[in-house]
Design a protein around this ligand. Structure first.
Ligand SMILES: C[S@@+](CC[C@H](N)C(=O)[O-])C[C@H]1O[C@@H](n2cnc3c(N)ncnc32)[C@H](O)[C@@H]1O
Length: 203
């Protein structure tokens, strides 16, 4: 827990919002098509830009992160709009979920295997029947780019690797693609970036 917590707390301890306060475009496009009043969990939500976007659209939102400074800023951002959400402070390594959700989402959640597969399996378990998991991740092609993401291939994603992980799980892949996209998110996610986009539905 301490490694992730320390690294991200330092980053989020600086003034302002490191990734801005505007939701990730891919996640936002899926939040926009949800039925009203859904329950949504955001994994590795950082300073809360996606969570607050979902709150503003009337959903019941939970944000999980290892970095409590990020979660405090998430709560502040929500409060500044007169909104409230639930927070879970944990490293995903120790995540012991108890609630069910209509949707689980994440943007740029960098996890090593086997934790990555374990988190996907746990997330699917916590989804209601027909619920969706949506994520945008930096792909292995982001390694040489300067628009954000870890310089560690094992933390980057590939569509075929995700497909192999998900094949063994009770879900249907609705979207899985690698592509380049223009990011405009806070201090470092600026410019052309290589991402993997994933949407699966629990079966
Ligand atoms: C690149 S930031 C993205 C933050 C947010 N999703 C966004 O796009 O603005 C990665 C986030 O994942 C969280 N994180 C990374 N590894 C984690 C873990 N093992 N357990 C919980 N949170 C984790 C970090 O604390 C950080 O907030």
């Amino acid at each position: 827990m301490n490694d992730q917590r320390k690294f991200w707390n330092e980053r989020f301890g600086r003034e302002g919002y490191f990734y801005g306060t505007t939701a990730n475009c891919y996640l936002a496009s899926h939040i926009d098509t949800l039925l009203p009043q859904q329950t949504i969990l955001f994994l590795g939500e950082g300073e809360g830009r996606n969570a607050v976007y979902a709150l503003e659209r009337g959903h019941t939102v939970t944000a999980l992160d290892a970095a409590e400074i990020g979660l405090a800023k998430t709560a502040m951002l929500a409060q500044s709009k007169g909104l409230e959400l639930s927070l879970i402070h944990t490293d995903l390594e120790f995540w012991n979920p108890t609630q069910q959700y209509d949707a689980i989402m994440c943007s740029f959640l960098h996890l090593y295997e086997p934790l990555r597969s374990e988190v996907f399996a746990k997330a699917l378990k916590q989804l209601n029947e027909g619920g969706i998991f949506v994520g945008e991740f930096f792909s292995i092609h982001q390694f040489s780019k300067t628009t954000g993401g870890p310089k560690d291939l094992n933390l980057l994603y590939a569509a075929d690797q995700l497909s192999a992980i998900l094949q063994t799980m009770p879900c249907e892949i609705l979207e899985l693609c690698e592509m380049d996209t223009q990011l405009n998110e806070g201090l470092v996610h600026n410019g052309l970036a290589s991402v993997v986009r994933l949407k699966v539905q629990k079966q």
